[in-house]
Design a protein around this ligand. Structure first.
Ligand code: FPP
Length: 244
């Protein structure tokens, strides 16, 4: 049981080991208020802070946040710039709070696509938090499920061409071991905010049997009560993994 355990509602009977989140709706949240899209992203960072703390308090072991996709590079230059700045600030300023909450930090994606200063800060923060033993916070940055699978195929083919692997040995385990997520269990629960019903190229291989919770709430309004509601929804699911 984590130290500052949240008192869970009686309806939350099962805690998913790994929760993945598509944080959607920052732009709409801003538009509804006559604000700029980047104001929505700024408010979204506050939700990130609250959900990281809550997930840790609930005893979730892994939390993967889809913070920036490969496709997001095609957004207007200024929006990309602001998102990178928010990310760098978060990575720099949040370390004391993450440390206090015993959070370990990880990142997946094409990390070398990120601006140099973001990469540097990312590695510094990962290093500073590496001995923590509570929640594993995994940031998906410049992430694409299809790119991840393509890179895995390429690295397996390299092993085969070097004679280190026989094609007959390539099974699901070998593929999983060549993904960015090789150290983490598959997500048990996917939360998507803002009501869209799609996967958006997120953890395509890993989510084969993941339960999905979609809420109309926009990401900047997604806070502790909404996270607990997602856990409550998950508690009602009967996971059969294809069996009866
Ligand atoms: C989707 O909303 C959100 C994003 C593309 C970025 C998510 C980033 C953050 C919450 C802030 C930075 C992250 C961290 C980890 C500090 P959208 O812009 O697609 O919203 P819309 O669909 O309403 O336009």
């Amino acid at each position: 049981m984590p130290q500052n355990a949240t008192v869970l509602p009686a309806t939350v009977r099962k805690i998913p080991r790994h929760v993945a989140v598509i944080m959607d709706g920052n732009g709409r949240w801003a538009r509804e208020r006559g604000l700029n899209r980047v104001d929505g992203h700024r408010r979204g960072v506050e939700s990130v802070r609250e959900i990281v703390r809550t997930a840790g308090e609930c005893g979730v072991e892994y939390l993967t946040l889809y913070a920036f996709s490969v496709e997001n590079w095609n957004r207007p230059k200024n929006e990309v710039k602001v998102l990178m700045r928010l990310l760098e600030q978060f990575l720099r300023d949040e370390v004391p709070e993450l440390m206090k909450n015993n959070v370990r930090l990880h990142a997946i994606g094409r990390l070398t696509d990120l601006p140099g200063s973001v990469q540097e800060q990312l590695h510094k923060s990962i290093e500073a938090l590496r001995n923590n033993t509570g929640l594993n916070l995994i940031l998906a940055l410049s992430y694409s499920g299809r790119v991840e699978i393509t890179e895995a195929v390429r690295s397996i083919l390299r092993e085969i061409s070097l004679g280190h692997l026989d094609p007959a040995q390539v099974d699901e385990k070998v593929i999983s071991q060549n993904l960015y997520t090789r150290y983490y269990p598959d997500p048990d629960l996917l939360i998507r905010t803002s009501g869209e019903m799609r996967l958006s190229n997120f953890l395509l291989w890993q989510m084969a049997y993941t339960e999905i919770h979609i809420t109309p709430v926009l990401w900047p309004d997604f806070r502790k009560p909404q996270f607990l509601a997602a856990l409550e929804d998950y508690s009602k699911r009967n996971r059969r993994f294809g069996k009866i």
